[in-house]
Each structure stands twice: as C-alpha cells, then as structure tokens.
Ligand binder design. Sequence first.
Ligand SMILES: Nc1ncnc2c1ncn2[C@@H]1O[C@H](COP(=O)(O)OP(=O)(O)O)[C@@H](O)[C@H]1O
Ligand SMILES: [Mg+2]
Length: 285
Amino acid sequence: MKTPEPPPLGDELSQLLRRMRLPYMRSAAPEVIATAKAQRWDPAEMLRVLLAEEVAGRDRATRAQRRRAAGLPAGKTFDSWIEAKSSIPVPTQSALRTLEWVGRAENLAICGPSGSGKSHFCEAIAHAVIDAGMRVSWFSLESLTATLARAKIDASVSRVVSRICRADLVVVDDIGMLPAGADAAEAFYRVVDAAYERRSLAVTSNIHPSGFDTIMPKSIATAAVDRLLHHAHLVATEGPSVRLEEALAGVGVVALTPSESLRATSPAANQMRNASPTWLGEGTS
Ligand SMILES: Nc1ncnc2c1ncn2[C@@H]1O[C@H](COP(=O)(O)OP(=O)(O)O)[C@@H](O)[C@H]1O
Ligand SMILES: [Mg+2]
C-alpha cells in the first residue's frame, strides 16, 4: 500500500529554508514533520532529525564532488576486489584498508608486473579515502607531467602543486610503463617533495622504486625516491596477469550473440566464418 503524500511545507517555511540554504532539510521536512506529528515526537527530536538530514545530505554532496574532482580512472572499488586473488598478503591488505597510514601522511609504493592488481587496489583505497571524508588527487605519471607543463605556461607551477597536495592522498599511477623524460621526472619530484611528511602519496609501478633511476634522470630520481620511501609501505605484487587470466578464460568480454557476429560482412569476416574454428597458431606446423 502506498503511504499518503505528507502535506507540503507552508510557503513561508519553505522560503526560510531556501534563504538559509538548507536544501536537504527542506526536502525531508514534509515527511519528518508528518511523522513527528503522528508519533508525537519531542520537538527537540524533530529538530535533531531535520538537522541530521541536512548534515547527511551535505556530506553526500561533498563526497560526490570530491569523487568527481579526484579524477579516479576506472570506478574500481573494494566491492569488485577479491582479496584471495591478490598476491598482496591479506593482513597487509587489511592494514592498508584501515587508512591509518593516510592519517599519518605515510606513503604507499606498489610494484609488480602488469595486470597484478596494482591500479585496482590503489583506486579502491582512493575510493575508501573519499568515503572516509578525505580528498584524493589521482594522476598517471603522464597526466601529472601534462598538468605541470600547462602550469608552466602561466608560471603557476607552485600554485598547482600546492593545490594537488591539498588532497590527503595523491596517487601517481603507472610509473615506468613509458620512459620518463626530464619533464616527467621534475613533475614527479615536485609532487613528492611537496607531499613529503605532509600528505600521503601512493605510487604504482612495474619496477621497484629503487630502479626509478633507470627510467628518469638519476639525480632527480634519487632525490624523489629518497623522500618517497622515507615513510613508505612497500608492497610487491606478483603472479600472472589477472587481465590475461580473465582474457584466456573468456571472461574479459561479453560473449558475442549470433546476430552480432553475423553483422560482420567483410570478405575477411566471411572467410573467418567459413573457416573451421581453430585457435591462432594451431594446425600450422
Ligand atoms: N584481486 C583482484 N580482485 C579482483 N580483480 C582484480 C584483482 N586483481 C586484479 N584484478 C583485475 O585485473 C585487471 C588488471 O588489474 P590492474 O589493477 O589494472 O593491474 P595493474 O595496475 O597491476 O596492471 C583489472 O581488471 C582488475 O580489476
Ligand atoms: Mg595499472
């Protein structure tokens, strides 16, 4: 059975709530007032519930805004994370998930081969940090380099770096996938230096940080890694690529339906349809 609509707020009350910029209280008020009347609440209880609605609504909006501003890449959270599938020891995962290290402005360096869950784990941590009411700035080394290169044009590098480091957690994903030039090394150093002992920094890489001097100019890499590792949790991931495992198990894609595969009408596609199904490389000795 549908509950009857609560009576709307009077115009004056509605205006006052608008004027005081209490949108969440305004939208909850008709129902809260109706319930309070029906259940004979203490007036103080009604005031408490209305204020709690406003606070909860504002917190939700702040978190949503911070999630947008953080620039997280793939929407990966702990909901889709399988602890047992990761090579990171479960106690280490649990300790990192408490986020206490973020409160202590300690760093996290996750290194390991491609597809071993580095970015997923880091992004899930980043979401958890936002859920806990803190801020995150997410970059790949390339996007960080591009951001600081743009800031160089109008000489706002220091301002941009301090804005980035306003976040409680700064993430630099995928260091070492591509060789980093002097600009990338400088951008990385600037952020590591600005965050040092003030903010948490999380980096992911396919190489151990001590090897960053093989992909960046040595002096700047040494200075950056020195600061990065001073208060850092170093986590190594290993094992076969989860990406590759999923691809080989056929769970990386949604199976094509016959109508979809028939849509391919090129001669090459026809040829492929007519050929007997063989795996690439099979039967061609
Ligand atoms: N422990 C895990 N639980 C669930 N999915 C995982 C896990 N580890 C990796 N994956 C998935 O495998 C893929 C590759 O992981 P990713 O974090 O991008 O690897 P990396 O950054 O190390 O190259 C992603 O789709 C990710 O969601
Ligand atoms: Mg990655």
